[in-house]
Design a protein around this ligand. Structure first.
Ligand SMILES: Cc1cc2nc3c(=O)[nH]c(=O)nc-3n(C[C@H](O)[C@H](O)[C@H](O)COP(=O)(O)OP(=O)(O)OC[C@H]3O[C@@H](n4cnc5c(N)ncnc54)[C@H](O)[C@@H]3O)c2cc1C
Length: 394
């Protein structure tokens, strides 16, 4: 089977940044993409919040990312990842073009906005129809816009849009919002916000750019026109999480949970960008996540190489395994290290919390001295006190 150091799934801003950082850290990087490189930004006409580039089309920016990743000799391969699996501790990326074993993986598969599905929506994306207030709000200075939805995102983003728009109609199918009370109060006390209750969008019309939405009142069936220059759809966003569903821990609706280092619940698997459970889904935050994930992957791979060389390759070795998040175990590890040094003994100290897969693979409960012969465990001596440590080292 093909074996690579770092496999990145998804060539959007997060995956591209991970590739650049991974290659610059000297890793062998394979970037897998099932569609066009660049990710979601390919669908937008104007990006003006990526620092250093005052304005570019999405495809232009995506192309710059691609060129940058290629400059550092990233291998970009068209392939769809069907599943990521763990087999005997090995991480296997199953694609439509074969299987790849990876030392570390960055999942950067992104997310998508749910469409409303009404006539005129698809034709006007980027021409007045938007799914992101932070991305496109500033293009509607002193114009009237409509927001579709009634949950937290619709109400909060509607409020945000009043920084630019002269009036924001929030079109909702019910007669009250489903958002938090504080968000509702803030929105309803904003003079620029006009709720349009019990209404749904029948269609969006305009010659090129959006000119109006046609609304239907669901109580009276009355149809009316609302003249607006923009329509912001907030009917939901969802992650592309299928390939790691059930493998890594995720929040409601599948958003992948990570810590600040982009580590998922599975050692050696990182997540970056829009697919993560996070507050702000933008190019700049995706790229930042990708950089952090790649550096985390690089440390992880080096650590695994180090572990292999100190534990599995020597003919005979005794190591001390402990958990760095347990104060008593951390204390015992210090004692063990000091005592071994005073006796002139070589004693690798292994953080079994950070390297839980290695501890699991060796069948070690923490804290313990572990004797290995050619990579196989020959003796495990559990310890609970300084006296146990001294006895084991005697
Ligand atoms: C219309 C629009 C306008 C926007 N405007 C702005 C803006 O002005 N400024 C801004 O900062 N942000 C903007 N955004 C948001 C921005 O595009 C995203 O935050 C950013 O692209 C997220 O990057 P990502 O790499 O996490 O994911 P994505 O860009 O979604 O990239 C993920 C990639 O993974 C690939 N992929 C998914 N699953 C698989 C699989 N199983 N196998 C292989 N490949 C897979 C996808 O094909 C995709 O290319 C906009 C988004 C949209 C839709």
């Amino acid at each position: 089977m093909e074996k690579r150091e770092l496999v990145i799934i998804g060539a959007g801003p997060a995956g591209m940044a991970a590739a650049i950082y991974g290659r610059r850290a000297g890793l062998d990087v394979l970037l897998l993409e099932r569609g066009a490189t660049g990710g979601q930004i390919n669908t937008t006409e104007e990006i003006e919040n990526w620092p250093g580039v005052q304005c570019a089309t999405g495809p232009e920016l995506g192309n710059m990312f691609r060129e940058h990743a290629l400059k550092f000799k990233t291998e970009i391969r068209p392939a769809e990842v069907k599943k990521v699996q763990l087999r005997d501790g090995a991480k296997i990326v199953v694609t439509d073009k074969g299987e790849i074993e990876a030392d570390a993986i960055v999942v950067a598969t992104g997310a998508y906005f749910r469409r409303l599905g009404c006539p005129g929506e698809a034709e006007h994306i980027g021409q007045g129809v938007s799914y992101c207030a932070v991305c496109d709000g500033a293009f509607f200075e002193d114009e009237e816009v409509a927001v579709v939805g009634g949950g937290n995102t619709a109400v909060e983003e509607g409020d945000y849009l009043t920084k630019f728009a002269s009036k924001v109609y929030i079109v909702h199918r019910r007669d009250e919002f489903r958002a938090d009370r504080a968000a509702i109060e803030r929105a309803l006390s904003n003079p620029k916000i006009v709720p349009v209750w019990n209404s749904v969008v029948e269609r969006i019309e305009g010659d090129g750019a959006v000119e109006k939405v046609v609304l239907k009142n669901v109580k009276t069936n009355e149809v009316s026109d609302l003249k607006v220059a923009g329509v912001f759809m907030f009917v939901g966003q969802a992650p592309y999480d299928e390939c790691v569903k059930g493998l890594v821990n995720a929040a409601k609706e599948g958003w992948i949970l990570t810590n600040d280092n982009m580590e998922t619940s599975v050692e050696g698997i990182f997540a970056a960008g829009d697919v993560r459970s996070k507050h702000l889904r933008q190019v700049v935050t995706a790229a930042s996540d990708g950089a952090i994930a790649a550096m985390g992957a690089s440390s992880y791979i080096n650590e695994q190489l180090h572990l292999r060389s100190v534990l599995l390759e020597p003919e005979s070795v005794t190591a001390f395994f402990y958990s760095s998040i347990d104060a008593n175990q951390a204390h015992l590890s210090n004692e063990a290290e000091k005592l071994a040094k005073s006796q002139g003994k070589k004693l690798p100290i292994i953080d079994g919390y950070k390297n839980s897969r290695m501890a699991e693979k060796l069948g070690v409960s923490l804290p313990a001295f572990v004797q290995l012969h050619s990579g196989a465990v020959t003796k495990v001596t559990p310890v609970a006190s300084e006296a146990d440590v001294a006895k084991a080292l005697a």
